[in-house]
Design a protein around this ligand. Structure first.
Ligand code: UDP
Ligand code: MG
Length: 134
């Protein structure tokens, strides 16, 4: 048994396109539980922290513009192997690699604007939950 918590964030395109309910349904139908959630407006400072691993990439300014273009919905999602399980539900980062049946494969049409964030390791999940939930 590996009961885990992961940090999931519905990105501004997800909110604007009215896909929140759809994406949350997929998470619930998988069997995970949303144990906390909140709507937030992010600023560049928190994005520089959260996306430190891509902050020096040429596309980073576009990511900041996108991620500050409207509210996001942050969630703590709990379940058996939830960190890897959510990454599988989400689909690949690169839009051309995200398979149909995954959230990104079904709803994202670019790599930049890709509907959903999910922590990529148990260690990062802990850091991200602290970052956004206190
Ligand atoms: N991103 C992008 N182009 C890339 C890689 C990443 O626009 O070549 C964006 C995309 O929005 C992605 C975010 O930067 O979700 C964070 O990148 P990461 O590699 O952490 O991907 P993720 O964990 O979101 O799958
Ligand atoms: Mg990532």
């Amino acid at each position: 048994m590996a009961m885990e918590k992961t940090y999931i964030m519905l990105k501004p395109d997800c909110m604007k396109r009215g896909l929140m309910g759809e994406v949350i349904s997929r998470i619930e139908h998988k069997g995970y539980r949303i144990v906390d959630a909140k709507m937030m407006n992010l600023d560049e400072a928190i994005l520089r922290e959260h996306y430190a691993h891509i902050a020096d990439k040429p596309f980073f300014p576009e990511i900041v513009a996108y991620m500050t273009s409207g509210p996001v919905f942050g969630m703590i999602v709990e379940g058996e192997n939830a960190v890897l399980g959510m990454r599988i539900l989400m689909g690949a980062t690169k839009f051309e690699e995200a398979k149909a049946g995954t959230i990104r494969g079904d709803y994202a049409f670019s790599t930049g604007e890709n509907v959903i964030h999910g922590s990529d390791s148990v260690e990062n999940a802990e850091i991200e939950i602290k970052r956004f939930f206190r």
